[in-house]
Design a protein. Structure first.
Length: 553
């Protein structure tokens, strides 16, 4: 079915744009960090869609369901493995629906199509001699599902005595000796180094540099083990023709990006508009090495080109502390937030606060303050004031008369609005959502000031000043239309409601429609247009007693 989609899309010859989130482990319910990865990817694909009418977006996400961690979690939950995986996978789907994650494909690694892809990929590596069998011993982290080189381990004192942990993740390690299949990672060092020199292939550049440094460091470059004894990791895809070995969960997981687009159908490779290489893998810094070193090497070995880009983000801490089950500070996004201020506020906060380079900090107080001051006051109030019956009883976008107001006041707003689309386009293109939000809010603050200083409530009392009132309302409503188009990738639900309120046709909501304000259009609007009448609250203030659920699971 999916293959048919691609064939059809190639007929209409739209350019493919393929963006992915990591697939999420089902060993626990989704939390704020997981939601962030997905919201970031979603905002990017929404921006791509409103700026390019000629692209065909594939936006994939899903769940990573194999491995020891999942075995343990299912046992703890007292559920069969398939039931357990389905339950948590379903929670991700609910969460994505609630937070408007508009994915086109949700893949589970326990699906048949994925099993086929992984086995095919494996055989391909074996055929070209990139996989061999060997005895392997080393420090193993069940939590990271990875062997950790000795030099990246340290001893730590705990109440159970001395334990060895991974320096990178802090997770406990066990000395493990087993027979494994190995992948010739070392054969790809030079090719990887070349790929990593491609300008902007990993963004932000700080993370590209990190990977380049890793490659300089020999320690990262031994071959890697790509199987585990099935006796230990039984909930996994078996190595083809060897029932005693399970395929390494990371190899299994990474291949999801190919399963989604129909691999192993080799005809895909020959298609003109095939959605590969992926345009962007979005992921957090904890899994950068897997995507920036292992994945391109696996692909090179299988003779598939590596991804065009990787976007790596930093982490969310909570009240200044790393989220962890043991600390009980894991923030679970509420799953009944659809259409409520909380859902919108959380999505907005995630994009508005986080920079990619540095960790961001979540606190409920911050969520409430940001949402109330920016979405409720700066944006929502302005909407209510200029759409409400007190000042706009006919519910219309009044005509734009030749200036009826002091140029100094109107000019500042108009100039800022004129510049806004270009500024935000640049920030969105650089994935700097926080800067775009800042720019929009700054224009909206100017619009609020303009509204205040124009005193429309006084103009309303004096019929001879109707035209001045019209100009105030027109400029403000036009500013709101432009801001609503720009905000669509960040807060799609309230942007849509606002554009509906302003009766902006669905076909007039793409980026080009925010680039020219009405006052720049030759022979502008000289006739009033209707907006939706009736009571309208864009974003209700949030009061502290409604708590965002914090749970330790
Ligand atoms: N299953 C692997 C990915 C395989 S992709 C082929 C995995 N899953 S995960 O559920 O642990 O993480 C999924 C995403 O959530 C990652 O991008 C990770 O960085 C992100 N986050 C997990 N905790 C996070 C924070 N505290 N803050 C921000 N994002 C973090 O890794």
């Amino acid at each position: 079915m999916r293959l048919t989609n691609y064939l059809l899309s190639s007929v209409v010859s739209k350019r493919p744009f393929y963006i992915t989130t990591p697939i999420f482990y089902v060993n626990a319910a989704p939390h704020l960090g997981h939601l962030y990865t997905a919201v970031l990817a979603d905002a990017i694909q929404r921006f791509e869609k409103i700026t390019n009418s000629d692209i065909n977006v594939t936006f994939s996400t899903g769940t990573d369901e194999h491995g020891t961690k999942i075995q343990q979690a299912a046992a703890k939950a007292n559920l069969s493995l398939p039931d357990y995986c389905t339950t948590i996978s379903q929670e991700y789907k609910y969460m994505f629906k609630e937070y408007h994650i508009e994915y086109t494909d949700f893949i589970r690694t326990t699906e048949e199509r994925h099993l086929k892809a992984v086995q095919h990929f494996w055989r391909r590596l074996v055929k070209d001699d990139y996989i061999y069998k060997a005895k392997y011993s080393g420090w193993y982290s069940v939590n990271d599902e990875a062997f950790v080189p000795e030099s990246h381990t340290k001893e730590e004192n705990t109440h159970d005595g001395k334990v060895r942990v991974s320096v990178e993740s802090g997770h406990k390690l066990e000395w493990t000796e087993e027979t494994n299949y190995m992948f010739r990672l070392s054969a790809f060092k030079t090719q990887l180094q070349q790929w990593l020199r491609t300008d902007g292939v990993i963004r932000p550049s700080k993370f590209q540099k990190q990977l380049q440094d890793m490659l300089e460091n020999e320690v990262y470059f031994p071959d890697i083990s790509v199987s585990r004894p099935a006796s230990r990791v039984h909930w996994a895809i078996r190595v083809p023709d060897d029932e005693e070995q399970s395929i390494y969960v990371w190899l299994d997981a990474l291949i999801n990006y190919l399963s989604v687009i129909g691999y192993p159908d080799e005809d895909l490779m020959k298609q003109k508009n095939r959605p590969w290489p992926a345009d962007l893998h979005v992921l957090g810094k904890d899994i950068l090495k897997f995507h920036g070193i292992y994945w391109p090497a696996f692909l090179m070995a299988a003779r598939w080109p590596p991804p065009r880009g990787i976007l790596c983000h930093s982490h969310w801490t909570v009240d200044g502390v790393k989220m962890s089950k043991s600390l009980g500070n894991v923030v679970r996004p509420p799953l009944n937030a659809a259409g409520t201020a909380y859902g919108t506020a959380l999505r907005y906060l995630l994009l508005r606060e986080a920079t990619l380079q540095d960790d961001a900090n979540y606190s409920e107080t911050k969520l409430i303050n940001v949402a109330n001051s920016e979405l409720a006051d700066t944006l929502g109030n302005l909407v209510s004031r200029c759409c409400g019956p007190a000042l706009n009883p006919r519910a219309e976008l009044p005509p734009l008369h030749p200036r009826g107001l002091e140029p100094a006041v109107t000019d500042q707003l108009m100039t800022q609005v004129d510049r806004l689309p270009e500024i935000c386009h640049k920030h969105y293109s650089n994935y700097q959502f926080y800067k775009a939000a800042d720019a929009v809010m700054s224009v909206l603050r100017t619009a609020n000031q303009f509204f205040e200083t124009s005193k429309p409530w006084e103009l309303r009392k004096d019929p001879s000043r109707q035209k001045e009132l019209d100009v105030v309302l027109h400029l403000t409503l036009e500013t709101l239309r432009i801001c609503a188009i720009i905000l669509q990738p960040m807060v799609p639900d309230i942007s849509e409601r606002l554009l509906d309120k302003l009766q902006v046709p669905k076909t007039c909501r793409s980026w080009q429609h925010c680039e020219t304000a009405s006052w720049r259009v030759k022979g502008a609007i000289y006739e009033a247009k209707n907006i939706q009448a009736g009571k309208f609250v864009l974003f209700p203030r949030i009061y502290t007693e409604k708590k965002v659920k914090k749970a330790s699971v």
